[in-house]
Design a protein around this ligand. Structure first.
Ligand code: ATP
Length: 358
C-alpha cells in the first residue's frame, strides 16, 4: 500500500517522522508492504514554489491508498491569493473527507486523565461554521459596513445524514450509545435539520440508544461524567472544540488522534495544531499522529480485507498504552523527559517485543 506523507509546519515534520518510525516497525512486524510518497507542504513549500500546497502533493493524495498529514501552521500563512492554501481544508473538500473521527480515552498511568473516559467524537467535516471553506465559491463571512460582520453556518440534509450514518455504524461496534450535541433551541433551523437527519438515521439502527444534549450542558457533563459517553455526534466546529476538550481530559492534546474519512479516501491527521510554541525543540508528543496512523491502517484493513493491517493498528494502540503507562517513557507534556524521537523508538520497541512474544 502506498501512503502520501505531508509533514506540514512547526512540529509537523518532527511528529510525522516519529509516525513513520512506528509505521516502519509495524510494516516489519506484520509484513504490510508500506511505501511512502513524501511531499513538502506548508511554509517551506511556499518559500520554494509560492504555494503551501503544491499541485504535486494534491495529485499524490488522490492517487495513493492513504494519507498521513502533519499539522499545518495556518495562522502564519499569507492570504490564499498569495499562495497560503489551507492544506487540511482543501484536502478534505477535494477528497470529500466528510467525517472526522476522533477518539479520546483515559489510558493507564497518564497523569490527570479522567477515569472512565472512552469516547469517539464523530464530527461533520465539510460545512458548519467553517466560513473559509463552507461555500462552493466565495467566502462565508462578510462585512456589509465597517461595523457589521456576519458569518454563514452551512448545514445540509445530505451531509447531516451521512455523518449520522457513520456515527451509528461506529456505535454498533462500540457501546451502542450515541449522544448528539448541538444547540437546537437557538440554532432552530440549522440544528433542527441536522437533528431531523440524525433521527432518520437512528430509525435504521433501533439497537442503538440516542439522546440529544446542548453543547454547553455537554461541556460540563463530559468533565463530570466522562464514563457516560460513547459516540458523540456533532457538527463541524462544535466537534473541533469538543475533541480538544476530550483530549485534554485524556491527559494531553498531544494524544489527540483523528481520521478524516470519506467513501474512498482517508487521511490520518492529529487532532491538535502545529504547536509553534514548541516547534524545533524535539519535545512534542507524537502520540496523536501515531494513533491517527493506526486509525488509517485499520481503515485500510477494513476497506481491502487485510487482517494484518487491523492487527498492526491494534499493536500500535497497545504499544502506546504500554509506553504511556511508565512515567519514565513519556514526553514533557505528560511530565516525562523523552524526546519526540526517543518516544517513537520506545513505541517501536514495544511493537517489536509484542510481535515476537505473541
Ligand atoms: P489549531 O488552531 O491549528 O488547531 P490550536 O490553537 O488548537 O491549533 P495547538 O497548536 O494545538 O493550538 O497548541 C495548543 C497547545 O497545545 C500549545 O501549548 C501546544 O504546545 C500544545 N500541543 C499541541 N500539540 C502538542 C503535542 N503534540 N505535544 C505537546 N504539546 C502539544
Amino acid at each position: 500500500m502506498r501512503l502520501a506523507v505531508l509533514p506540514g509546519d512547526d512540529i509537523g515534520p518532527e511528529i510525522t517522522e516519529a509516525a513513520l518510525t512506528v509505521l516502519d516497525a509495524v510494516d516489519r512486524a506484520f509484513s504490510l508492504g508500506l511505501e511512502y510518497d513524501v511531499h513538502e507542504v506548508g511554509m517551506k513549500a511556499h518559500k520554494r514554489c509560492g504555494t503551501t500546497l503544491p499541485d504535486a502533493a494534491l495529485r499524490a493524495v488522490r492517487e495513493v491508498d492513504g494519507i498521513v498529514l502533519g499539522p499545518a501552521g495556518m495562522t502564519a500563512y499569507p492570504p490564499a491569493s498569495d499562495g497560503g492554501i489551507n492544506i487540511p481544508g482543501t484536502i478534505r473538500k477535494q477528497l470529500d473527507l466528510y467525517a472526522n473521527v476522533r477518539p479520546a480515552r483515559a489510558r493507564r498511568g497518564v497523569p490527570n486523565a479522567r477515569a472512565g473516559l472512552d469516547c469517539l467524537i464523530v464530527r461533520e467535516n465539510t460545512e458548519g461554521f467553517y466560513a473559509d471553506r463552507n461555500l462552493y465559491q466565495g467566502h462565508g463571512e462578510f462585512m456589509p459596513t465597517p461595523d457589521v460582520a456576519m458569518s454563514i453556518r452551512l448545514i445540509t440534509a445530505k451531509s447531516s445524514r451521512r455523518i449520522a450514518e457513520r456515527a451509528f455504524l461506529a456505535a454498533a461496534s462500540r457501546r451502542k450509545d450515541v449522544t448528539v450535541v448541538g444547540k437546537r433551541h437557538v440554532l432552530r433551523i440549522t440544528d433542527g435539520l441536522f437533528m431531523r437527519e440524525v433521527q432518520t438515521a437512528a430509525a435504521l439502527h433501533p439497537g442503538i440508544k440516542v439522546r440529544e444534549i446542548d453543547i454547553d450542558a455537554m461541556a460540563a457533563e463530559l468533565y463530570t461524567r466522562p464514563q457516560a459517553f460513547d459516540v458523540i455526534l456533532t457538527t463541524n466546529m462544535f466537534g473541533d472544540i469538543f475533541s480538544n476538550l476530550a483530549n485534554a481530559l485524556a491527559g494531553s492534546l498531544g494524544l489527540a488522534a483523528a481520521l478524516n474519512v470519506g467513501d474512498h479516501h482517508a487521511a490520518a491527521n492529529a487532532g491538535h495544531g502545529s504547536a509553534p510554541d514548541i516547534a524545533g525543540k524535539g519535545i512534542a508528543n507524537p502520540s496523536g499522529i501515531i494513533l491517527s496512523s493506526a486509525l488509517l491502517l485499520d481503515w485500510l484493513g477494513q476497506r481491502h480485507g487485510k487482517k494484518a493491517y487491523q492487527q498492526a493498528a491494534r499493536a500500535i494502540e497497545q504499544a502506546i498504552d504500554v509506553v504511556l503507562s511508565d512515567s519514565k517513557t513519556t514526553t514533557c507534556d505528560l511530565g516525562g523527559t523523552l524526546s519526540t524521537s526517543a518516544f517513537a523508538a520506545c513505541v517501536s520497541k514495544a511493537i517489536t517485543t509484542c510481535a515476537h512474544t505473541s
